[in-house]
Ligand binder design. Structure first.
Ligand SMILES: N[C@@H](CCC(=O)N[C@@H](CS)C(=O)NCC(=O)O)C(=O)O
Length: 213
């Protein structure tokens, strides 16, 4: 199977963490989202144009990071279980995955794109993004008290939250939230995320030094 992704994309990183956690072999296919040609080429494969996308074969494509992880969990019993068996435990993981996607990844993306000039937002959109992030930080910090991972064991919820926190550091630092600080440090030590970082951090640093020049 092939994963269409971009190393800097948070949603792509979410599925990469899941693939590494589940020890599932895949062929990575990088998509360029920064050029019109790259986007147009990719839209021939997936008309919506968003990454990630898991291509099982010519007839079976799975978009949407959460649905990709649901697919992996449903078809592979290897590695880390990312969605627990129990109905209520599974619902908690799915809930935290939604909360991370909607109120951590998306608002941090809004602030990041604004800060680095990739897209423009209104004052109201920026204020809403900041508000969601700070509500999320308060909830995450509380939830992480006495826990290593968001739902106890490492799960799909962590696959979603961890990549966002990297970018949050640049737009809305969470240094006042001690449990989140420890959580992100723990995540950096986790082999799956360390592997993701090894790919995207040098690219990110290259972009940052270009922007500063
Ligand atoms: N709900 C989607 C969101 C995917 C998404 O927004 N991906 C971004 C990169 S992080 C993207 O492809 N952006 C390109 C675009 O919107 O044209 C998922 O969970 O996979």
């Amino acid at each position: 199977m092939q994963l269409y992704y971009n190393p800097l994309s948070t949603y792509s990183q979410k599925t990469l963490i899941a693939l590494y956690e589940k020890q599932v072999a895949f062929e990575p296919v990088q998509v360029s989202l920064s050029t019109p040609e790259g986007k147009a080429e990719y839209e021939k494969i997936y008309a919506i144009g968003k990454v990630p996308l898991l291509k099982l074969n010519e007839d079976h494509h799975i978009p949407e990071s959460t649905i990709i992880i649901e697919y992996l969990e449903g078809h592979y019993s290897t590695g880390t279980r990312l969605i627990p068996e129990g109905v209520d435990a599974a619902r908690q993981v799915r809930f935290m995955d939604r909360m991370s996607d909607l109120y951590l990844i998306d608002p941090s993306g809004t602030l990041l794109f604004e800060k680095f000039g990739f897209s423009k937002h209104t004052e109201a959109q920026l204020a809403k993004a900041e508000k969601y992030l700070h509500i999320s930080y308060t909830q995450l910090d509380k939830r992480l008290a006495g826990k290593d991972w968001l739902c106890g064991e490492f799960s799909m919820a962590d696959c979603s939250a961890i990549p966002a926190l990297f970018y949050c550091q640049f737009v809305a630092p969470f240094s006042d939230y001690a449990n989140i600080v420890c959580y992100y440090e723990r995540a950096r030590q986790r082999p799956s995320y360390a592997k993701v970082m090894a790919e995207f951090v040098p690219i990110w640093e290259g972009l940052m030094s270009k922007a500063a020049a």
